[in-house]
Design a protein around this ligand. Sequence first.
Ligand code: MOS
Length: 743
Amino acid sequence: MDGSIGRPVVRRDAAAKATGVARYAADFPHADTAYAAIATSPIARGRMTRIDTAAAEAVPGVRLVLTHRSLNATLNGETFIMKGGHMQSSFMPLSSDQVHYAGQIVSLIVADTQEAAEEAARKVEIDYQAEHASAAIDDPDRIETRLADKSIDKGDAEAAFDAAPVKIDATYLTPAQHHNPIELYATSAVWRDDTLLVNVPSQWVVGTQAGLATIFGIPMADIKVESPFVGGGFGGKATILPHTVLVAMAARRLGRPVKLVVPREAMFTVGSFRPATRSRVRLAAERDGTLTAVLHDEAGQTAAIDHIAFAGTAITARMYASPNIRMRETTIATDVNTPGFQRAPAEAPGFFGFESAVDELAVALAMDPIELRIRNEPARDPVSDLPWSSRSLVQCYRRGAELFGWDRRTPGVGSMTAADGTLIGWGCATATYPSAMAPSSARVRLNADGTCIVSCAAHDLGTGAYTVLGQVAADVLHVSDELVRVHLGDTTLPSGSMAGGSVTTGSSGSAVHMAATAVRDRLFQAVSGSGDTAGFTIADGHVVGPDGSRHRIAQVLGNSPGGFIEETANWKPTGMDDRSMRRGLAGGMAFAGPVTATHVSHSFGAQFAEVRIDPLLRTVKVSRMVGVFACGRIINPRTAHSNLAGGMIWGASFALLEETRVDRPRARFANTDLAGYHVSTNADIGDVIVETLDEHDTVVNAIGAKAVGEVSIVGMPAAIANAIYHATGIRVRKTPILVEDLL
Ligand code: MOS
């Protein structure tokens, strides 16, 4: 509809979700489905020495008991996402007798009923020969590997640090964390002749399709991956998880549809997780707060079977103007399932330490932490020296300070204690997230009855893509939002990219914009009778010519073949070559930016927290959070603000609750359920106030939309840690910050 972009349109998928009509991966019924269960390894490292499946096979209704002996799974050349493939890990369970991590799938059992499959899974007998293993990055025998290509050096940071009058040198820890989407991992696989249908919750249906095509040696066109609704993804559903392959293999072998729903406990080991990190941050400044050296050494957990690194320092290096910058990255190999993407994978852990250190520096300088940040705001990207496509961080701080009431803050530790003794602390921190873009296709059809259909194999993880992508088409074609139908999450639709790296709105939105504009141009051409459409506009269901003549759109379309106009567009990010675009549209990884030949593009935010701490019990309540963000053009403030608020709440969860604990002797994750793995609930969270600035970025893409998905978790953990320091004088340099840290 006229000016649909920027309106707080209510979620178009809301009714389907509220009424249960929305189908998630496990909800698709397939006749004659057989049900799968998994058995997982109790040991973390070693090999299987004896397997006996007789008792499992004897359970009535059991059809198939797969182990590495009976399956010998192979990826057929398909590989780990970080090696250019689509898999969550290089290692494929049921491919050998080796055990690489606790919770590894060692058997897949298929039966006529779920109950029979689960009973049989308990009856698979395996003997193991265990070897020493470790799942924690601080175990002394762990090997640390430097990633030379991730080093950043500008000036002489060590010398500048040594010479500086004011400095901070501190080390910060973040633990392993797990995605815990409400929707469990699940896969249904159905073979018909040599074609495969897969229902799987997915952040990348086309990538999943491409990977499965390689594994099974069939054309992509013979595989359909369907994921219209995703009950939370957070990065954990961006790659092909090994069990999806196993289920498809079992279905083919059995000649029957097979469905597996992964139990919550196994979610911690059959997928990925956020790896633990250790950050040493050194900051040096003149007495007036001018930064003279920024040094950040980050070590991240990886798996022994894979190498994955999320370089937080690539992002922290871009935050402040400093003549001297030195960044180092290492990985620490542990005997765990392969870590992977989890909301702001590099940024969230890296910024906890980095933005805590900035606060420590402000305390050392006796300077307001916002003033310190503004003083060191870089005019250009400090690493590349390129201009920003837009950077409104200072404006975010000014508006955030106003909303939060920062000018009422008294800087002294414990100085804001309430009359009843409750300790009150106020803290802030910066958030950022790169705005990368990915190639995307979209199809837009305008019908004579006034409806419009948008189709794209993009994904709605519960964040609003159905609504937002419809608004882009509505805006171009002046159709009311209720008349736009959007189809997503299905590989039979025009290609969409991975819903990762916060790219969907900017990328698929640009493709929809392009296709809708092509439809509009054809509509104008149909009226003008020529290619000259200058001066044509749409108003009130009419095409209005430059001479003021009015032509009913329904009539124009009625005269078109089929009664509609339809266009498909392939959108390519600025600066991307055609080959990369084709690779991306065919399900390969192809991202452009955030650093292009001419610009660096990031979203930014200023985040504020108020904590209230019981003086005796030391329990922390986050009573208030304020976040002001600049993410380019906001297509829909309602869905964007919900997404941003969700990230802030997760940030509070990160700061105070989330940790996957390691059972060291057994080298396994210990708290593998929602009773033991704590996430924020309503009772943990007070007021959450979100604003977005009206930021115009003319560089990033045609619709001016930067990243919204991940940025809002990034600054919150440090903002809360900084607030806790302000309340108590205790600087906690690890998360989660627990009662015992504040005694
Ligand atoms: Mo996000 S962690 O890039 O799905």
